[in-house]
Design a binder for this molecule. Structure first.
Ligand code: PHE
Length: 526
């Protein structure tokens, strides 16, 4: 059995033992809904990340195989960039629909259904002469984008409903939920990646679809036991609310279907996409600020402003954190000693450090917040963001240290520095990301929580776009192709020093100065 298969088997076995253990130890602290949403989101993320692991490879190796290599790569990256940007853009609409018209339950089910269709469409391209059929391929991506917009943000918002607004268990609940996210991504990167690359691309995509189907079924079956939570607003159910005289559900379904070809087309318009993202972000942030300022309830308005301020720091965090999928992986490929037990590991495998650390540490963080809360020492949300940014900067400092002072004669850095860096990045992520989701559910007025959550996802979208831009800084033209590692080393070290260490710690410092104001604006919420 080869090494990849071993890692796969160990990964699945570990998860199969770890998840029941976590559920068992937390069953008395948290409501059952946490575990249902955990499973639904775990499979949704399995499908999303499994498909993502294959996407660029499939495009460069199959879909655009007739093009020149570099042209195919440039095109694939552009499509990939627009795809991820749209994936985190649509949640704004998905959140709005849940708030105003369909309620969380129906919206999540509709989104999950569209995602299943999308993944299966990619899977079905294995048959007949559908391979390389462009309209089908882009249509499938569009289905996933739109479906995800209805599904993903609403699962997070829905989780918030099962706790009182300022429930001390909330951040902990989101940490456990976040573990579900990462179990899904961990397993799928290993599994769909393996199946897709070694057996058949489309079986890999199809497997992602099966994951999503399981997630959908779990949610559909168990959500029935959620009492009156997440149902359609009363005035929609009674038929009072109409959009242009038509039932809202009919409008949502029709518009979703109309959006498919438009989205599919947009995937190929990279420049338009960047501009659109900017315009929409300004519009949405502007709207939230406007809503906050004109709000009659002053506390409510100020709370929303806290979300807006943290939005920007959240984007900075992801812009650097997401180097993992880009420049850091290339850095590892070129400048890290990857030999292990006589084989040289592929650079992409190192990306699984992050979900693995999350899976191990999330229960610890969940427990720690609750513990600190009991002794009155739990940091406030903005303070946790400061902590998250600081840990991220510290992680980059470790890799800079390794690259500047401890490379071997060939210009290779030990994997120990990589592991330590990812450990700190992961602790940073746990201090910030689940806490951010939890915060949105605490600080938004109940009526627009879905919408604000969607807007929150926009900062991820912006962060990912910025990440591509920062990553490109490491691809210096002055370094010829096939350059010796000693030449590339300093480019990486300097870029990470400036952006990863200095800019991020600067952001942390700035936020630290803002903490007192933000705490005041939170008006009593922790
Ligand atoms: N890894 C996280 C996830 O897939 C990234 C993320 C955080 C996305 C917060 C959206 C919001 O869930």
């Amino acid at each position: 059995m080869n090494l990849t298969l071993w890692i796969l088997a160990v990964g699945w076995t570990f998860v199969a033992l770890w998840v029941p253990f976590i559920i068992y130890t937390n069953r008395k602290t948290h409501p059952r809904a946490l575990f249902v949403l955990f499973f639904a989101e775990m499979w949704e993320r399995f499908s999303y990340y499994g498909m993502r692991a294959l996407l660029v490879l499939y495009m460069t190796k199959v879909l655009f195989v007739d093009m020149a290599q570099s042209a195919a790569e440039i095109k694939s990256y552009a499509i990939y960039g627009s795809y991820t940007a749209m994936v985190y853009l649509f949640p704004v609409l998905g959140g709005l629909v849940a708030d105003k018209y369909l309620g969380f339950r129906n919206t999540i089910i509709w989104g999950g259904f569209l995602m299943v269709l999308g993944h299966f469409a990619l899977g079905f391209q294995a048959f007949g002469d559908l391979e390389g059929n462009m309209p089908m391929f882009f249509g499938a991506l569009a289905l996933i984008i739109i479906g995800n917009g209805f599904f993903k943000p609403n699962v997070s918002s829905f989780l918030g409903e099962f706790y009182e607004t300022d429930d001390p268990r909330k951040d902990g609940a989101f940490s456990i939920f976040y573990m579900g996210v990462n179990i899904g991504s961990f397993l799928s990167i290993l599994t769909c990646g393996y199946v897709g690359q070694n057996i058949n691309w489309h079986y890999g995509f199809g497997l992602a679809g099966i994951g999503m189907l399981i997630g959908l079924l779990v949610f559909w079956l168990f959500a029935k036991g959620f009492g009156d939570k997440g149902l359609m607003p009363e005035e929609v159910k009674t038929g009072e609310v109409k959009i242009f005289g038509v039932k809202p559900s009919v409008v949502v379904i029709t518009l979703s279907l109309v959006a498919i070809p438009i989205c599919a087309l947009m995937l190929n318009l990279n420049e338009v996409m960047s501009t659109l993202l900017l315009v929409i972000s300004i519009g949405i942030i502007g709207y939230i600020v406007y809503h906050a300022l004109k709000s009659e309830n002053k506390a409510e308005g100020q709370r929303l402003l806290v979300v807006v301020v943290l939005f920007f720091f959240h984007a900075v965090f992801w812009a650097l954190f997401e180097q993992a999928g880009g420049s850091l992986t290339i850095f590892i490929e070129k400048n890290v000693d990857r030999s292990f037990l006589g084989t040289v590991l592929p650079a992409s495998i190192f990306q699984s450090f992050n979900p693995l650390f999350i899976i191990l540490l999330a229960p610890l963080f969940s427990w720690m917040w609750l513990r600190l809360n009991k002794s009155g020492k739990e940091p406030s949300t903005p303070m946790k963001f400061v902590l998250g940014l600081s840990l991220l900067a510290f992680g980059f400092a470790i890799i800079v240290l390794g690259a500047k002072f401890f490379p071997d004669q060939q210009g290779l850095v030990s994997v120990v520095f990589v592991a330590l860096m990812y450990l700190f990045h992961t602790m940073g992520e746990l201090s910030l990301s689940p806490v951010g989701l939890s915060m949105v559910t605490k600080l938004s007025p109940a009526k627009i929580v879905g919408f604000v959550m969607g807007a929150w996802f926009l900062s991820i979208s912006i962060g990912n776009k910025l990440a591509g831009w920062i990553g490109a800084l490491t691809a210096s033209e002055s370094v010829a192709e096939g350059a010796h590692p000693t030449e590339t080393l300093s480019i990486y070290a300097n870029t990470y020093l400036v952006w990863g260490v200095l800019v991020v710690s600067g952001a942390a410092l700035l936020l630290l100065l803002l903490v007192p104001i933000l705490r005041k604006w939170m008006n009593g919420i922790h």
